[in-house]
Design a protein. Structure first.
Length: 227
């Protein structure tokens, strides 16, 4: 399986909440997506002392530091931080973002959702068994399509519905193998916002193998590599 960076950035939205002090902290994205080896967490801060050195934390994880400008502002939109590490077994979590100058001024906490780009489904199931597919980190409020492919050709396209904001989540129950006619071997499940398959538009891809089970009644089982 592989997670692929979104083709378009999420709509910018300021997440900032002034506390008892004048200092504020926020981010310019509605959802921070975790992409392997990519810095995807922009932050902005205001109201600090001129040239103050700020430390930014998401819950108890330090995600970065930097120096405010002479006006007490900080913005790393062009050189964002790496996102915090999600807890084991979690694909989505809301972290509390804070900024601290080490001299008694703390901005936040401000809630910021952080999400993997992932599709989760059972590792094994009967091909015709209805299972739950859970999607994370897709573009918000967009339709998602599953393209079932083999030998470089699309065998079927299936609509999953529209994702929810802010982190492009979606849950869908359907057959583990949605094709009515299939054979043993390996298929690729390509998830995209595009109705027509385009390799450049694939958000997430997994391999699903259909293999025979030897018993008195011919049948098959399927195994999916979902990460």
């Amino acid at each position: 399986m592989r997670a692929i960076a979104p083709a378009a950035a999420a709509a910018a939205v300021l997440l900032a909440a002034p506390g008892a002090q004048a200092a504020t902290v926020g981010t310019g994205v509605a959802c921070v997506r975790v992409i392997p080896n990519a810095a995807t967490f922009p932050v902005n801060a205001d109201g600090f002392a001129p040239n103050a050195v700020l430390t930014f934390r998401a819950d108890n994880q330090t995600i970065g530091s930097g120096q405010a400008d002479p006006a007490g502002r900080f913005d790393n939109s062009l050189t964002p931080f790496f996102p915090p590490v999600l807890p084991a077994g979690r694909d989505l979590k809301t972290f509390q973002l804070t900024a601290d100058d080490g001299a008694g001024t703390v901005a936040g906490p401000v809630p910021v959702p952080v999400s993997n780009i992932a599709v989760r489904a059972p590792a094994r199931a009967k091909p015709a068994q209805r299972v739950k597919f859970r999607l994370f980190g897709f573009l918000a409020e967009r339709r998602v399509y599953l393209h079932v492919r083999r030998d470089g050709r699309t065998k079927g396209r299936f609509s999953f519905g529209r994702t929810a904001a802010p982190c492009g989540t979606l849950t869908k129950r359907m057959r583990f193998m949605p094709l009515r006619h299939y054979r043993t071997g390996t298929y690729r499940y390509s998830f995209s916002h595009s109705r027509r398959f385009r390799k450049s538009q694939v958000f997430y891809e997994a391999r699903v193998r259909i293999y025979p089970t030897f018993s008195s009644t011919p049948q098959a089982t399927a195994a999916g590599a979902w990460g």
